[in-house]
Design a protein around this ligand. Structure first.
Ligand SMILES: O=C(O)CCC(=O)C(=O)O
Length: 334
């Protein structure tokens, strides 16, 4: 059992401390080739689209082709950076110029047993990213080894209802096209809207510890105190949802049930979120000045969010349901 995945010891140490690292990755001609692939696969971009992930598409052939072509180009760079690893697919992510193209603050789903193994999100912009066009921003030190979590679409985050705290604490990374931000899938992150006048293209590509099972979790949000179930999933399940928004909140159709998980996600109070985030950020080697002026008692007013997208699912019953609905819609850019 090892969570070591970087060849370079200094990079591994920095990753362990921060939960992410940044590195030069693609060559110029590869950025050009991936831009061309993006353009050929997206001939009809909707000007009013917000944030779009290729994985939302119902088109299996499109998702498969994008993933294969990206991984083909990324492979030699993975080999340079990683040890004892296994790629598990990739997708394009883009933001049209649109004030509603923010991707809300979140942690990626738990897709390996993070007690023992690691799953990475290799995020590579195909456009230079800066303060104007939706650069990725991470809350340093909020990865699994520092704060344990199980994440899936039907579970709340530990910071539920305090997204504003996390957004203020998030550190944006401004990089040239072709750099990689390697983030632990468990780290808290988001990206602000693209306020430039050009599309922002990027890629998310997955890498995990070699040979370990892919997992997914589910809790029936319509049943009070329902247990968290764990499933073993096919390697390509992240790009296999037929109807993304509906399927991710249903019990998995083709996973192998592995039983229930003894884990209760503690939802922290606002003051706890602020104190914890300040501590983790500092321990990760960053200033926590983004949180200096945040009122420790002023939680934003809770808003009812009925979630019309989910008209066919049971009405939210649990405390966290409104934020779940809101989050899903934000993540899907609707
Ligand atoms: O591309 C973006 O703006 C956000 C990507 C992200 O948050 C993710 O891949 O989890």
């Amino acid at each position: 059992m090892s969570k070591v995945i970087f060849k370079d010891e200094a990079q591994q140490a920095l990753f362990d401390k921060q939960g992410f690292v940044v590195a030069p990755f693609l060559e110029e001609h590869e950025v050009a080739a991936l831009n061309a692939l993006f353009d050929s696969l997206h001939p009809n971009l909707q000007q009013n689209a917000g944030f779009v992930s290729g994985s939302y598409s119902p088109d299996a052939a499109y998702k498969q082709k994008a993933s294969e072509e990206i991984v083909k180009i990324f492979s030699k760079h993975y080999e340079r950076l990683f040890v004892n690893y296994q790629p598990f697919g990739a997708a394009f992510l883009y933001k049209m110029p649109n004030p509603n193209s923010q991707l809300g603050i979140h942690q990626d789903w738990t897709i390996v047993d993070e007690e023992q193994y690691i799953a990475l999100n290799c995020w590579v912009p195909l456009t230079d990213v800066d303060a104007t066009n939706g650069a990725l921003a991470m809350v340093p030190g909020t990865h699994y080894d520092k704060i344990k979590s199980i994440r899936c679409p039907t579970l709340p985050f530990f910071f539920a209802n305090n997204d504003d705290v996390m957004e203020k604490a998030a550190v944006p990374v401004y990089v040239k096209a072709g750099y990689v931000v390697v983030l632990d899938q468990s780290i808290v992150h988001y990206s602000p809207p693209n306020r430039s006048n050009k599309i922002r293209k990027a890629i998310t590509a997955g890498v995990k510890s070699k040979g370990v099972d892919m997992t997914f979790h589910y809790r029936d949000h319509a049943v009070e105190n329902a247990p968290i179930e764990r499933f073993r999933m096919p390697e390509n399940f992240l790009i296999s949802f037929d109807n993304f928004l509906q399927d991710i909140v249903q019990r998995p159709k083709y996973g192998v049930p592995l039983g229930t998980v003894d884990f209760e996600q503690k939802i922290l109070e606002r003051n706890e979120v602020i104190a914890l985030t300040k501590r983790l950020t500092r321990e990760a080697g960053f200033e926590s000045s983004g949180l200096d002026n945040i009122a420790e008692v002023a939680a934003p007013a809770a808003t009812a969010d009925s979630g019309s997208v989910y008209a066919n699912t049971a009405a939210p019953k649990t405390e966290e349901a409104p934020s779940l609905w809101k989050r899903l819609r934000k993540l899907a850019g609707v």
